[in-house]
Design a protein around this ligand. Structure first.
Ligand SMILES: NC(=O)C1=CN([C@@H]2O[C@H](COP(=O)(O)OP(=O)(O)OC[C@H]3O[C@@H](n4cnc5c(N)ncnc54)[C@H](OP(=O)(O)O)[C@@H]3O)[C@@H](O)[C@H]2O)C=CC1
Ligand SMILES: CC[C@](O)(C(C)=O)C(=O)O
Ligand SMILES: [Mg+2]
Ligand SMILES: [Mg+2]
Length: 337
């Protein structure tokens, strides 16, 4: 199946420059979108809840901060970039009552639409601009004149121009510099959740921690294990990012490459792949979404416990010490959020 990929010349920035955008939330994605929209000449305001800690950061950047409801009422493009579990409440309380004919409701991830947690009225566009990268790097790349690829999707095209609007928005945050793929809310949500759970975050963190544990439990120095299993991973992945697995294999020794080819499949066994399929199944049938929404509703007890265990893993302690000696590594991920 071929996909459509859009670049800068395919998007008309003036479309989003002619609209009033509200960015709801000023966290990882929110600050990146808001600042890059502003730098692209777009009229942007921030919506935050009463007493929000983020308000000061946005105001320091000269952005206008309003309540969620005021921002939604004033704008005609409303991008919801608060946490996924908060979005349905924000939508019901602050956005839905302020939606007007011709408004556009935008998302950075399809969770709430895909799982039916938000249902928009038929007189507004519903679209998505989902960067394929962490918000702080979305902003950093934009400032550096580069861009993070993004996905766009249109769930509801009330105006007949929702795709052009989404493309213009994607251009304003740097997405079309790298490539924007048109997809659906369903495909974005399911692949994004799978990627973060099985490969990018869950898979990678568990692989690094397990490798570190095996080495340190066998008596090797934690510092050596840290450099081997975590620090060098970035350098190896940088080569994959630049030229695929093939370029990484070109740069490593033939001893490493032989070990990669023969031992890699012993780590990621057919049983591991089977577990990945189960994880995908739980995403597709809504099991994961229900579990996460319930966990949030119940106060996030299990989430906080697991978070704390992760923070207390010995790899974090040794990493903090080693990164402290490499001034160029442990830099703030952004000046603004
Ligand atoms: N993190 C990422 O890089 C990516 C995220 N996404 C998607 O983008 C969306 C935002 O995610 P992310 O940037 O991680 O979110 P964050 O957790 O970083 O968002 C936190 C921000 O949301 C605000 N917030 C929390 N509750 C509310 C509320 N009730 N009303 C208004 N603002 C609120 C917080 O303000 P306060 O100071 O008040 O707490 C803070 O400004 C999600 O849909 C996510 O899936 C997509 C791609 C990547
Ligand atoms: C990989 C995690 C992510 O999907 C992202 C940065 O793209 C997220 O939800 O944060
Ligand atoms: Mg993602
Ligand atoms: Mg995600």
């Amino acid at each position: 199946m071929s996909v459509e990929i859009f670049y800068d010349d395919d998007a008309d920035l003036s479309i989003i420059q002619g609209r009033k955008v509200a960015v709801i939330g000023y966290g990882s994605q929110g600050h990146a979108h808001a600042l890059s929209l502003r730098d692209s000449g777009v009229d942007v305001r921030i919506g935050l809840r009463e007493g929000s800690k983020s308000a000061a950061k946005a105001e320091e950047e000269g952005l206008r901060v309003l309540s969620n409801a005021e921002a939604a009422a004033e704008a005609d493009v409303i991008m919801i970039l608060a946490p996924d579990t908060a979005q349905r409440h924000i939508y019901a309380q602050d956005i839905a009552p302020n939606l007007k004919d011709g408004d556009a409701l935008f998302f950075g991830h399809g969770f709430n639409i895909r799982y039916g947690l938000i249902e928009a009225p038929s007189n507004v566009d519903v679209a998505m601009v989902a960067p394929k990268g962490p918000g702080h790097l979305v902003r950093r790349q934009f400032v550096d004149g580069k861009g993070v690829p993004a996905l766009i999707a249109v769930e509801q095209d009330a105006s007949g121009n929702a795709q052009a609007l989404a493309l213009a928005y994607a251009k304003a945050i740097g997405g079309t510099r790298a490539g924007v793929i048109k997809t659906t809310f369903k495909e974005e949500t399911e692949t994004d959740l799978f990627g973060e759970q099985a490969v990018l975050c869950g898979g990678a963190s568990a692989l690094v921690q397990a490798g570190f544990e095996v080495l340190t439990e066998a008596g090797y120095a934690p510092e050596v294990a840290y450099f081997e299993c975590l620090h060098e991973l970035k350098l190896i992945v940088d080569l994959m990012y630049e030229g695929g697995i093939a370029r990484m294999r070109y740069s490593i020794s033939d001893t490493a490459e032989y070990g990669d080819l023969t031992r890699g499949p012993r780590v990621i066994t057919p049983a591991v792949k089977e577990e990945m399929r189960k994880i995908l199944g739980e995403i597709q049938d809504g099991t994961f979404a229900t579990e996460w929404v319930n966990e949030d509703d119940a106060g996030r007890g299990n989430y906080k416990k697991l978070q704390q265990e992760g923070e207390q893993h010995p790899i974090e302690e040794v990493g903090k010490k080693l990164r402290g000696l490499m001034s160029w590594v442990d830099r703030p991920i952004t000046e603004t959020a």
